[in-house]
Design a protein around this ligand. Structure first.
Ligand code: WT7
Length: 645
C-alpha cells in the first residue's frame, strides 16, 4: 500500500539515539550471518557471568530444544542488583506509584539489595531451595519485584499469578507447578477498590498440599484468616532476617520462572524460561527498542502478572541499571488524566502501554491529556495486540505532541522478549505495523499448505531459528510444547499469529489464527471459558468465540445451550457472567451471551466455530461452506436470534 502514512525518525531523536539505521542493519546482518560471535559479544557486554560458557548455542530447534551459553553460570538477582551497587547504590531502582495519587516511594539499588536479600533469607529459612517453585500472587507493590528477585537469588523458579485471577485459577497453577511456597498480600488496591488476595489464596491453598509456607505482605491492614503453621507476615519475617544472602550460582539453562498462558486447548500452559538467554534478550531489547539511556525514567504500565511486567518492569530495566516505574492503579483513577499526571510527577521519559488503554483514554477526550505537560516524554511504546492506525495517530499526536516516536512491539509470553519492533532512532514507522525483526530473529510467512511465501505476502507467522529468550518448555510437559509450537510444520516455531509483510519488508500482525482470544491485550483460550461455563448447572453446552470490540480489541461472545428445565433470561446471563468471573477471573467474563437451543455441528458432531465466529462478527452474508452441517436450521435460528448489537 503506497498511500499508508509514514513517520520518519525525528531529527532531534536521531541525533541523541543509541542506534541509527546503519548500525541496526549492521547488527542485524551480523546476528544472522554469525550468531555465535554476535551473541557472545552481547552476553559479555550486558551480563556478569560467574563462570564463562563453553558453547554459545546448542539444541535442536526442530525438536523444540534450545540451549544458550551452555556451561555458563550467572545469577539474575546479582545481575539486576549487586553488580550495579558500586555505581548506583543511591540511584532509584524502582519508583513506586500507589493507587492514590499522593502515595509514592523511591527505592534505591541499595535498598533493593537489602530487601531482596532479606526476603531471600526468609525463604531459605523456611526451607525453600534451588530448584523449588514459588508462587507469587501479588498486587503491584515493590514487594512483588522483591519476591521475584529473591526467588532468583536463591535459585527457586517463580510463578507469578496475576492478582485478578480467581482462587480456582490460582489453585490450578500452584498444583501444576507443585509450588512449595506462596507470597501474597492481605489485599490489593486498584482503582479505589480492595482485592481480597489472602482470602483468595486461602481458598486456593485448601487444595494444595505441596505449599508449606505463605508469606503475606501487609498492604491494607485488612483482617485476614491465619494459619500459624503456614502463614507468616512479611514485615515480621524480614525484620529479623539477615541482609546478607550470597546469590546462588545458576546454570545459564537453569529455570528462572514459569508463567502460565492460555492456549487454544486445555488448561493454561506453564511457559518455562531459563536464566542466561532470557536475561540477555530482555536487557538488550530494553536498551535498544526503548533507546534507554542512563538517567532515563522508564514506565511500563503492565502488571507483573504478565510477561510484559516480568521483562520490562523487572528484569530488562534492572539488568540495565535503569530506573523503572511500577504503578499500582488503573488509567482512569481518580480520573482520566492519571497516566499523564504520573508522567509529569516523575518526569517519565519512556512510556510503554497497551492499545486497549490508548483506545479507552482516546474515548474520554483530548482535554484530560492536553491539560497535562508531558514534556519529559521522549518515546512511546505499545504492546499486546494490533494497534489500529486511528489509535496510533492519536497516541502520537495528542499524547506525544507529535514529537515522540512510537515503538509497536510484537512478542509473546513464549518469546520472552520483543522480537519485532522499530529501533526508534533507525526505523521509519507506519501506524499499525510492528515493522522489522530484531537481532537474530528470522521470520517467515506460510500459506495454508505450509509453503513459505516470498516478498510481500500474508500468511501464518513463523520463526525459523532459535533466539536466546525462546521458550524452553511447557512445565512438566515437553510433548505439549512440541505439539503446540514445533509440530506443524516441522522445523519452525509456530507463533499462532497471522501477519502481512509489505514491500518494505515490514510486518503487520493481523491477530491470532487459533482459538486464542486477545481481550484487552490479555490472552484467553476459548476452551477455558467454555469449560468454566459448562460447570454451571444450567449449561448443557457452550461455544465461545471472539468478536471485534471497540475498546478491548476483542470481546468474548458465548453461545449457550441450556439444560432442560432452564429458561433463557437476562438474570441467568448475568449469573453466568459472574460465574465465569469466579471460575477464572474478571477478564474472562463473556461480553455477550446468546442462548441457543442447539449449536451448529457437523454430521460427525464437531461444533462449527467458523460459522459461530461469523455470526458473532455480524458477517452474516458470508458464512462460507455450510454443506456439512447436520441441521442447517440451527444456523438460521442463530442468525434470527442473534443479539441485537
Ligand atoms: C499475543 C501474545 C507479549 C506481551 C503481551 C502479550 C499479540 C502482542 C502485539 C503487537 C499485534 C500483538 C499476538 C501474540 N500481540 N504484541 N505489537 N501487535 N499483536 O503476551 O499474552 O503472550 O500474547 O499477543 O497475538 O501472539 P501474550
Amino acid at each position: 500500500m503506497s498511500d499508508e502514512k509514514r513517520y520518519p525518525v525525528p531529527e532531534s531523536f536521531r541525533q541523541r539515539a543509541l542506534m541509527d539505521k546503519a548500525l541496526y542493519q549492521e547488527w542485524y546482518r551480523a546476528s544472522i550471518e554469525d550468531p555465535d560471535t554476535f551473541w557472545a559479544a552481547r552476553a559479555q557486554e550486558f551480563l556478569h557471568w560467574s563462570k564463562p560458557w563453553d558453547k554459545v548455542r546448542d539444541g535442536d530447534f526442530a525438536q523444540g530444544t534450545a540451549a544458550w551459553f551452555v556451561g555458563g553460570e550467572l545469577n539474575a538477582s546479582y545481575n539486576c542488583i549487586d553488580r550495579h551497587l558500586p555505581e548506583r547504590a543511591d540511584q532509584t531502582a524502582i519508583i513506586w506509584e500507589g493507587d492514590e495519587p499522593d502515595d509514592s516511594r523511591h527505592i534505591t539499588y541499595a535498598e533493593l539489595h537489602e530487601q531482596v536479600s532479606k526476603l531471600a533469607n526468609v525463604l531459605k529459612q523456611r526451607g525453600v531451595k534451588k530448584g523449588d517453585r514459588v508462587c507469587i500472587y501479588m498486587p503491584m507493590i515493590p514487594e512483588a519485584a522483591y519476591a521475584m528477585l529473591a526467588c532468583a537469588r536463591i535459585g527457586a523458579a517463580h510463578s507469578v499469578v496475576f492478582g485478578g485471577f480467581s482462587p480456582e485459577a490460582l489453585k490450578d497453577r500452584i498444583l501444576n507447578a507443585e509450588a512449595s511456597a506462596v507470597i501474597t498480600a492481605d489485599e490489593g488496591v486498584r482503582g479505589g477498590r480492595n482485592v481480597p488476595l489472602k482470602t483468595n489464596a486461602d481458598k486456593a491453598l485448601a487444595g494444595c498440599d505441596s505449599v508449606h509456607t505463605c508469606v503475606v505482605v501487609r498492604r491494607t491492614g485488612a483482617d485476614v484468616a491465619w494459619d500459624d503453621k503456614r502463614d507468616l507476615w512479611y514485615h515480621e519475617a524480614v525484620a529479623t532476617a539477615s541482609a546478607d544472602c550470597p546469590p546462588e550460582p545458576m546454570g545459564a539453562e537453569d529455570p528462572l520462572f514459569i508463567l502460565y498462558t492460555s492456549g487454544s486447548t486445555g488448561k493454561p500452559k506453564g511457559v518455562l524460561h531459563t536464566t542466561g538467554g532470557y536475561l540477555l534478550s530482555t536487557a538488550l531489547t530494553h536498551k535498544y527498542v526503548f533507546d534507554y539511556q542512563d538517567g532515563d525514567i522508564f514506565w511500563c504500565t503492565a502488571d507483573v502478572g504478565w510477561v510484559t511486567g516480568h521483562s520490562y518492569i523487572v528484569y530488562g530495566p534492572l539488568a540495565n541499571g535503569a530506573t523503572t516505574l511500577m504503578f499500582e492503579g488503573v488509567p482512569t483513577y481518580p480520573d482520566a488524566s492519571r497516566f499523564w499526571n504520573v508522567v509529569d510527577k516523575h518526569k517519565v521519559n519512556i512510556f510503554y502501554t497497551a492499545p486497549t488503554a490508548i483506545r479507552a483514554l482516546m474515548g474520554l477526550g483530548d482535554e484530560a491529556v492536553t491539560k497535562t505537560d508531558r514534556s519529559s516524554l521522549r518515546l512511546l511504546g505499545t504492546v499486546g495486540e494490533p494497534i489500529n492506525p486511528e489509535a496510533w495517530e492519536w497516541y502520537h499526536r495528542v499524547v506525544g505532541d507529535s514529537r515522540c516516536p512510537i515503538v509497536d512491539t510484537w512478542w509473546q509470553t513464549e518469546t520472552g522478549s520483543i522480537l519485532i519492533a522499530p529501533i526508534p532512532g533507525a526505523t521509519e514507522t507506519k501506524p499499525g505495523s510492528a515493522t522489522l525483526p530484531l537481532f537474530g530473529v528470522q521470520l517467515g510467512l506460510l500459506d495454508p499448505n505450509d509453503k513459505e511465501l516470498d516478498g510481500a505476502a500474508a500468511g501464518n507467522l513463523i520463526i525459523k531459528s532459535s533466539w536466546p529468550s525462546q521458550i524452553r518448555g511447557v512445565y512438566g510437559d515437553h510433548a505439549r510444547m512440541l505439539e503446540t509450537y514445533f509440530a506443524t510444520p516441522k522445523g519452525v516455531y509456530f507463533t499462532g499469529d497471522g501477519a502481512r509483510r509489505d514491500e518494505d519488508g515490514y510486518y503487520w500482525i493481523t491477530g491470532r489464527v487459533d482459538d486464542v482470544l486477545n481481550i484487552s491485550g490479555h490472552r484467553m483460550g476459548t476452551a477455558e471459558i467454555e469449560s468454566a461455563l459448562v460447570l454451571h448447572e444450567a449449561v448443557a453446552e457452550a461455544a465461545v468465540v471472539g468478536y471485534p470490540h471497540d475498546i478491548k480489541g476483542q470481546g468474548v461472545y458465548a453461545y449457550v445451550d441450556l439444560m432442560a428445565g432452564f429458561e433463557p433470561s437476562d438474570a441467568l446471563a448475568a449469573e453466568l457472567r459472574d460465574f465465569v468471573g469466579k471460575e477464572i477471573g474478571a477478564i474472562a467474563k463473556p461480553d455477550m451471551i446468546q442462548f441457543t437451543p442447539a449449536l451448529p455441528k457437523t454430521r460427525s458432531g464437531k461444533i462449527m466455530r467458523r460459522i459461530l465466529r461469523k455470526i458473532a462478527c455480524n458477517e452474516l452474508d458470508n458464512l462460507g461452506d455450510t454443506s456439512t452441517l447436520a441441521d442447517p436450521s440451527v444456523v438460521e435460528q442463530l442468525i434470527e436470534e442473534r443479539l441485537n448489537r
